[in-house]
Design a protein around this ligand. Structure first.
Ligand code: NAP
Length: 481
């Protein structure tokens, strides 16, 4: 149940707290299954009307100075920080992650707004040395126009701000389709954006059927750019749907992150990195270590320490003080973790700890460790997206680089070694968009987040994140009379 203070933050025409007469999506508490609210199920006509509103809003918004836009964004940033605890409560209720992690996500989400508010004033073009002396050549950067975002449930706040912050800084408007399970965080952010003074309709949240809303956004010639975070499978569908209108696309897709521990690693640092990277958000992050490769000489010591740390984790309702592991998002998530464990054990892996769901009527799953995992098992090829640490053994550096790169994904990778030459050598050889060296936590607003291969297109955050929301315009001025 949401208390009155949280309901106040969700005062939006699309939300009701009693079963409504209109077509709606029920949002449930992730830990208890109790109804939290209902959000409007927008149909295609609603989405088309919203696109037109976003177009009108953007035409005015782009005329504001960069400084005006930056000031509005900073006001929004401050309001988010002021309501950090409330936003975290809403996030934990609908998504399930522990309150401490939800608080961290809200701060992380806000950091993108501050970063891109600062960047808004630095969207500089270029003056090019001319080919002919009577000409002047310029490159301007202009807002791309109306944009859209489709976001997942695992980071219901940060995946939105990472997209809309550069859009607003550039002078774009954005239509946002949040995941079905977690729309409340999106609406709460929109409510605060309006309170901060951002113009109406530069941010429009559109809950609804993903196929209907997604297709309408993709097919619209008015929407000039789509940014998607989610599975590679859905990314492919969206790419096809965007082809007829040649829409600019950013795709943050699935991963299958290797985490490599060499014999020369600091073992405690590596164990901390494994725990941070694997069990945050109950293993439901796209940059989670999915394959943990440990060199022969330290395999037993590292495995033992990981098992000890996993034994200390506590599952439960994320609102309770010492809980570190919330529920998984749904039954399908449970089935996937179970199937990876069964397949691995059938092929010779050993269950060291965990391995089963807490009860059939909820979606909590024990933090699990499997040892003796090999490349032929499903967990080596597919992203588990759950609290399963799969420990592989390797002998040489060349062997592990080959194993780590043997996937169509290329989002994040990690390595632990005290040898500087090896850090560079292996860091450069890993075919991934991001590499963490002696750390399991790599995300922040100043860094370029994104993958290569089938993990996606484009980068979010950093000085590069705004580029996808800008068009280059070349101007050639002839000075001859
Ligand atoms: P998903 O099934 O692809 O869903 C993500 C979003 O896409 C949701 O809003 C979903 O809406 C929507 N969607 C689903 N089918 C659609 C369709 N046919 N047309 C338009 N929209 C559609 O992914 P997920 O299971 O929620 O998220 C987990 C995946 O996201 C993992 O693979 C993870 O690695 C990836 N991820 C990547 C990053 C990154 O930055 N690279 C970050 C986080 C997560 P509904 O919920 O309403 O169905």
């Amino acid at each position: 149940m949401l208390d009155q203070q949280l309901k106040n933050l969700l005062r939006h025409t699309d939300i009701t707290f009693q079963a409504p007469s209109f077509d709606a999506i029920e949002v449930k508490d992730a830990a208890t299954g109790v109804s939290l609210a209902w959000v409007k199920k927008h149909d295609r006509a609603d989405v088309e009307a919203a696109i037109v509103r976003a177009e009108h809003a953007q035409a005015l918004f782009k005329q504001q100075s960069a400084l005006q836009r930056a000031d509005l964004m900073m006001a929004w940033y401050q309001l988010i920080l002021k309501h950090q605890q409330d936003l975290a409560q809403i996030l934990t209720a609908e998504q399930g992650k522990p309150l401490s992690e939800a608080n961290g996500e809200i701060k992380y989400a806000a950091s993108f707004i501050r970063w891109f508010a600062e960047q808004a004033r630095r969207i500089d073009g270029d003056v090019i040395t001319p080919v002919q002396s009577q000409q002047r050549l310029l490159v301007l950067k202009q807002a791309i126009g109306v944009t859209a975002a489709i976001t997942p449930w695992n980071f219901p706040a940060a995946m939105i701000t990472r997209k809309i912050a550069p859009a607003l800084a550039a002078g774009c408007s954005m239509l946002i389709k949040p995941a079905e399970q977690t729309p409340l965080s999106a609406y709460a952010l929109e409510v605060l954006a309006m309170q901060a003074g951002l113009p109406r309709d530069v941010m429009i949240t559109l809950s609804g059927d993903s196929v209907d809303v997604g297709q309408t956004l993709c097919e619209s010639p008015i929407v000039r750019k789509l940014s998607f975070t989610g599975s590679t499978e859905v990314g492919r569908i969206l790419m096809q749907q965007c082809a007829p209108t040649i829409k600019k696309l950013s795709l943050e897709l699935g991963g299958n992150a290797p985490l490599i521990v060499f014999d020369d690693a600091n073992i405690e640092q590596a164990v901390k990195g494994i725990m941070n990277s694997k069990y945050r958000n109950s293993g439901q992050t796209c940059v989670c270590a999915n394959r943990i490769y440990i060199q022969d000489g330290v395999y037993d010591a590292v495995s033992q320490r990981v098992i000890e740390e996993v034994a200390k984790l506590k599952m439960g309702d994320g609102r309770l003080a010492d809980v570190t592991q919330g529920p998984l998002i749904d039954e399908d998530a449970i089935i996937k973790v179970q199937s990876h464990i069964e397949d691995a054990i059938d092929q010779g892996a050993k269950l060291a700890i965990g391995g089963k769901r807490l009860a059939p009527d909820n979606t909590f799953f024990e933090p699990t460790v499997l040892t003796h995992v090999t490349q032929s098992m499903r967990v080596a090829r597919e992203e588990t997206f759950g609290p399963l640490a799969a420990l592989f053994r390797f002998k040489t550096e060349d062997e592990v680089i080959q194993m780590a790169n043997a996937t169509e994904f290329g989002l994040a990778a990690y390595l632990f070694s005290q040898n500087t030459a090896r850090q560079w050598r292996v860091g450069e050889a890993l075919e991934y968009g991001m590499v963490g060296i002696n750390t399991g936590l790599i995300s922040n607003e100043a860094s370029s987040f994104g993958g290569i291969k089938q993990s996606g297109l484009g980068r979010e955050g950093s000085q590069y994140g705004i580029e996808d929301y800008l068009e280059l315009k070349y101007m050639c001025i002839d000075l001859s009379e």
